[in-house]
Design a protein around this ligand. Structure first.
Ligand code: IPM
Ligand code: MN
Length: 497
C-alpha cells in the first residue's frame, strides 16, 4: 500500500518523491471533506503515484478576509503543482464573494470543461440505459464573465462576452477530444436564432472547424430543443460542445438523466494546468452525515490519474468502482430497493471500492488497462488579422423615469440638434419604441437611443455628442460605439427595427 499520504494529516510537501507527482488537494466546503477523505483513501489503497499537497480554498478563506477565496500561498501551490483535485466549494448566491470555482478556472486558463455523462444500467436506475455523452463546456467566458451592473432604478444588466479565439479553441478541442477517444460525432448547442452575434459566432466557428475534421460527423442544435432531446433521447448525441452557461445547465441535466448528478465528474483542462472536480455542489444540507456519494469526486480523480499518465491506476480504480456499483453497494442518492443490495455511507462505499481493487466488473464494460489514453491535443490560440474598423454611430443608454417616448425623443433631438448625427431609433429593453411604438410594450426607465453619424466620424465625435446630451439634461448611463468591421455591421438591430 502506498503510505505517502493520509487524508487528514498529509504534510504540505511540494516536493514529491522521485516516483510520485505533487498534486494540490482542496477539500472544499459542505460534503467536501468527507468525499475527499473517501477519495484519497481509495487513491492511496490503489497505489496512485501522487503526493497530495493540501490547499485551503473557499469559505474558510473568504471568512479569514481574502475576498477571492484563494490565498497567495494557495496560488503558489497551484502554480507549482499545476494539478488540483478539488472538493465542491460553496458559491454564495445572490450576493457575496465571487465564485472560487470560476476564479480558478479563469485565472489558471482552464478553458475546457469535460463532463462525461454515462449510464450504468441496470445497476443505477436510468431511463436511458445506453447513454454515453460527453459535454465539452467552454469554461472562461460567456455570461460567466460576471460583469454586471445596475444601471437604473429598474434595470440590471449582465454582459455576455464571447471571443473568437476562445470559441475556436474550445470547438477545436471538442473535435480533438472526439478524435482521441474514437467518438463519431460532435454536436454544437447555441441560441443563435436570438443571439445572432455572440451565439452566431459560436455556431459559425463550429461549422468552420468541423470542416477540418471530415471523419467526424457534426450537427447544430438550438439549445432549447437540443436540451429537450438530450433529456429524452440521449442516444442521438456523442460529444456536445457549447458555451459556459448552457454547458453548466445541460451537464447537470445529462448527469442526472444518466443516473445521478452524484456520479458526474469533470476535468478542467488548460495549457499549463488542470483541475478535477465533481460536477455537483457542496450539498450543505447533508454535510457531515456520511450520506454523500463520493463517486463524482472519485471519478474526477480517475480522470486526473489518466491526465498524469497513470492510466494503469486509473483503470484499476474505475474497475473496482464499477464492480462496487454492480454489486449493488450504493449510497443513498442512488439506492433503490429493487436494484440495490446494501445501503452504505460515504466511507462504507470507499471501503467497498478498496475491497474490490484488482477486480473487473462482470457486466459493465471494464476500463481498458494497459493501452494509455492519448490526451487530446490542446489547440493553439489563433489570432487573426485585425479588420478595417469604421465608427458609424453610437448607442446611448439613458435613465429616464415617468416620461413618454415622444417627449424623450424631443428632448434628445433638441439636445443633439447641432451635432452631426441622426437619431434613428429608441428602444426599451431591446424593443423599438420610437419611431412608432406598439402600445402594449412595457416601458421601463432604461432607454437605448441609436445615433448614426451623418459625417465621416472620428473618435472624438461620441464625446462631443455626450457633452451636448448632458448639457441638454439627458442622463447617460452607458454607451456602446457602433462599428462596421470590413464593412459588415458590428451591432444588432432593435427588435422590430
Ligand atoms: C459547476 C458548478 C459551478 C458552475 C458553480 C459552483 C460556480 O455549478 O461546476 O457546474 O456554475 O460552473
Ligand atoms: Mn453546475
Amino acid at each position: 500500500m502506498n503510505q505517502q499520504f493520509a487524508p487528514k494529516t498529509f504534510e504540505p510537501a511540494l516536493h514529491a518523491s522521485a516516483d510520485t507527482v505533487a498534486v494540490a488537494v482542496a477539500e472544499g466546503d459542505g460534503i467536501g471533506p468527507e468525499i475527499m477523505q473517501a477519495t484519497l483513501r481509495v487513491l492511496r489503497a490503489a497505489g496512485a503515484r501522487i503526493t497530495p499537497v493540501p490547499v485551503q480554498l473557499g469559505r474558510a478563506v473568504y471568512e479569514a478576509g481574502t475576498a477571492s477565496g484563494v490565498s497567495p500561498e494557495a496560488w503558489d501551490i497551484l502554480r507549482e503543482t499545476g494539478v488540483l483535485l478539488k472538493g465542491p466549494i460553496t458559491t454564495p448566491q445572490g450576493t457575496g464573494a465571487k465564485s472560487v470555482n470560476v476564479t480558478l478556472r479563469k485565472s489558471l486558463g482552464l478553458f475546457a470543461n469535460i463532463r462525461p455523462c454515462t449510464a450504468f444500467a441496470p445497476y443505477v436506475a436510468t431511463k436511458h440505459p445506453g447513454m454515453d455523452v460527453v459535454i465539452v463546456r467552454e469554461n472562461e467566458e460567456d455570461l460567466y464573465a460576471g460583469i454586471e451592473h445596475r444601471q437604473t432604478d429598474e434595470v440590471y444588466q449582465c454582459l455576455k462576452l464571447v471571443s473568437r479565439p476562445a470559441t475556436e479553441r474550445i470547438i477545436r478541442y471538442a473535435f480533438e477530444y472526439a478524435r482521441a477517444h474514437g467518438r463519431r460525432k460532435v454536436s454544437c448547442f447555441s441560441k443563435d436564432n436570438i443571439m445572432k452575434m455572440t451565439d452566431g459566432l459560436f455556431h459559425r466557428v463550429f461549422e468552420e472547424v468541423a470542416a477540418e475534421y471530415p471523419e467526424i460527423a457534426h450537427d447544430h442544435w438550438i439549445i432549447d430543443i437540443g436540451a429537450a432531446r438530450l433529456a429524452a433521447d440521449p442516444g442521438r448525441f456523442d460529444v456536445i460542445v457549447t458555451g459556459n452557461l448552457y454547458g453548466d445547465i445541460i451537464s447537470d441535466i445529462a448527469a442526472e438523466v444518466a443516473g445521478s448528478v452524484g456520479l458526474g465528474a469533470s476535468s478542467n483542462i488548460g495549457e499549463n494546468g488542470a483541475m478535477f472536480e465533481a460536477i455537483h455542489g457542496s450539498a450543505p444540507d447533508i454535510a457531515g452525515q456520511g450520506k454523500a456519494n463520493p463517486s463524482g469526486l472519485l471519478l474526477a480523480a480517475v480522470q486526473m490519474l489518466e491526465h498524469l499518465g497513470q492510466g494503469d491506476v486509473a483503470a484499476t480504480i474505475r474497475n473496482a468502482w464499477l464492480a462496487t456499483i454492480e454489486a449493488g453497494i450504493h449510497t443513498a442518492d442512488i439506492y433503490k430497493r429493487e436494484i440495490s443490495c446494501e445501503l452504505v455511507s460515504t466511507q462504507g462505499f470507499a471501503d467497498a471500492v478498496i475491497a474490490r481493487l484488482g477486480r473487473e466488473p462482470y457486466a459493465l464494460t471494464p476500463a481498458r488497462t494497459g493501452a494509455p489514453v492519448t490526451a487530446p491535443t490542446i489547440p493553439q490560440i489563433v489570432r487573426r488579422r485585425p479588420a478595417a474598423k469604421e465608427l458609424v454611430g453610437i448607442d446611448v443608454f439613458v435613465h429616464a423615469a415617468d416620461v413618454d417616448v415622444d417627449s424623450l425623443a424631443d428632448k434628445l433631438l433638441i439636445a443633439s440638434r447641432c451635432q452631426p448625427v441622426a437619431v434613428t431609433m429608441i428602444s426599451n429593453r431591446g424593443v423599438k419604441v420610437w419611431p412608432q411604438a406598439q402600445v402594449q410594450t412595457l416601458l421601463t426607465d432604461h432607454w437605448r437611443v441609436r445615433f448614426l453619424f451623418t459625417v465621416k466620424a472620428n473618435n472624438g465625435l461620441p464625446w462631443q455628442l455626450l457633452h451636448a446630451l448632458t448639457l441638454g439634461g439627458v442622463e447617460v448611463i452607458k454607451t456602446e460605439q457602433l462599428y462596421r468591421f470590413d464593412g459588415e455591421r458590428g451591432y444588432s438591430l432593435g427588435q422590430g427595427e
